[in-house]
Design a protein around this ligand. Structure first.
Ligand code: AMP
Length: 425
């Protein structure tokens, strides 16, 4: 087990988790705000569900044989012996919440927050990570699938992520999947000697998951495997054609990927994924699919549904360029001597009352050191309060980006600073 302290004996964070500090937190919030504004413009409303649920919620949805359930859940027993799990994904909790609260269906919901999976950490893969996601319950039309897929791609475009590729597939429905599954099992059974141990087990338990295997020998075998797309029933084929038409109508390019089956049992028909070349091995930015059976599986009415989840850590990794560390929309009030302190304090409060973020140094340090503190706080400007200024009813305002200093009458101070901060932001 890894130590919980560094060589100097100081406590460190658990393996696979991240600390997020300024200015990264600002960047993070901007990406999240872009997501909220985008999905709200498509009629989605926010839902917040617990970070842990009864383990059954995830077992029921993902299926007992999925990797998430068998290997990756942060599962624990609480002090009253409840079997609980830190949520590894968003959809099951949202479906549970909609049904438990008798929320109206159809509905369009979105969420953001932390998720937990016990997997081997590497770049872009963590044990605690963050997703933003949407769920549409009660819409069956292929146009909805196209709209959902479009929204994800539009999110990546707006935040400036490296152009991502949309991968698309269909995995059929309850009518056609059993037949395809049997065909695939027959094919895999004849090739057992060339499959890895895990895929040999999957052949019986969850054969579609073999498509996900990264092993070279398995991949070579699968190149000749029957493809779900070619074995779906008429209705699924028609639906899939509608999805593609919808994407084309929105001028959204996509790549058909026969191997895209996604790891979870609850998907039906459309599956999709956003990938980026900027990410290395963990190249998936996000993904989703239709899950027309899940709501009924949870005891609700038959409800067609579709959603996606996008990873925030990977989105930030894929951003074209790290943003230059911007100065903050913050003004630092610098006072030159004890006589000016009360006036400086009042000025800071007046600025805050006018909606401007203001900070002041109380240590009584020399002005030079207060300027240094302003720089460390990445303030965009300083207001300087000295005896001359006070006597003549003005303040000096220093733009910390350009170094330019201006004298501003006291009654124009808030307007002047606001304009300066807007330019800086
Ligand atoms: P999934 O729920 O597996 O379809 O994942 C959707 C997206 O969440 C992925 O494309 C990633 O961007 C992100 N994601 C999933 N698992 C992790 C992880 N362990 N670490 C970081 N991001 C993840």
């Amino acid at each position: 087990m890894e130590p919980n302290t560094d060589p100097r004996g100081r406590l460190v964070r658990p393996k696979g988790t991240n600390d997020l500090l300024p200015p990264e937190t600002g960047r993070w919030r901007r990406v999240e705000a872009t997501f909220r504004a985008l999905v709200e413009s498509f009629g989605f409303d926010e839902v917040v569900t617990p970070v842990f649920e009864h383990t059954e919620v995830f077992v029921k949805s993902a299926g007992v044989v999925s990797d998430i359930v068998t290997k990756e859940m942060y599962r624990f027993t609480d002090r009253s012996d409840r079997d609980l799990t830190l949520r590894p994904e968003g959809t099951p909790g949202v479906v549970r919440a909609v049904l438990e609260n008798r929320f109206r269906i159809p509905c369009r919901l979105y969420y953001t927050g932390p998720f937990f999976r016990y997997s081997r950490p590497q770049k872009g893969r963590y044990r605690e990570f963050h997703q933003v996601g949407i769920e549409v319950l009660g819409e069956a039309a292929p146009e909805t699938d196209a709209e959902v897929i479009f929204i994800g791609a539009e999110f990546f475009r707006r935040v400036g992520a490296v152009p991502c590729t949309v991968q698309l597939n269909t995995i059929g429905c309850r009518t056609c999947r059993p037949e395809f599954r049997a065909l695939l099992v027959e094919f895999l059974n004849a090739k057992q000697d060339r499959l890895c141990d895990e895929c040999r087990t999957r052949t019986d338990l969850n054969p579609l998951r073999v498509f996900d295997c990264k092993n070279e020998s398995c991949q070579a075998v699968l190149a000749h495997a029957p493809k779900p797309r070619e074995h779906v029933c008429g209705k699924c084929a028609e639906h899939f054609a509608g999805v593609q038409q919808g994407l084309t109508r929105r001028a959204l390019a996509f790549t058909l990927n026969d191997r895209l089956v996604r790891g979870l049992d609850y998907y039906s028909r459309t599956t999709f994924e956003y990938t980026s070349t900027a990410l290395g091995a963990q190249d998936s930015l996000g993904g989703g699919g239709r899950y027309d059976y899940l709501v009924a599986e949870f005891g609700g009415p038959d409800t067609p549904a579709i959603g996606f989840a996008l990873g925030l850590e990977r989105t930030l990794l894929a951003l074209r360029e790290p943003e230059a560390q911007p100065r903050r929309a913050l003004v630092f009030v610098v006072w030159l001597g004890a006589t000016e302190f009360p006036a400086a304090l009042r000025i800071a409060d007046d600025l805050r009352a006018a909606g401007i973020a203001a900070q002041i140094d109380y240590s009584g340090r020399r002005a030079k050191l207060q300027f240094k503190a302003a720089d460390t706080a990445r303030a965009a400007a300083c207001v300087i309060v000295g005896p001359d200024e006070l006597a003549r009813g003005f303040c000096s305002v220093k733009n910390l980006t350009s170094g330019e200093q201006t004298k501003v009458p006291a009654d124009h101070l808030a307007d002047h600073v606001r304009a300066l901060l807007q330019r800086a932001g």
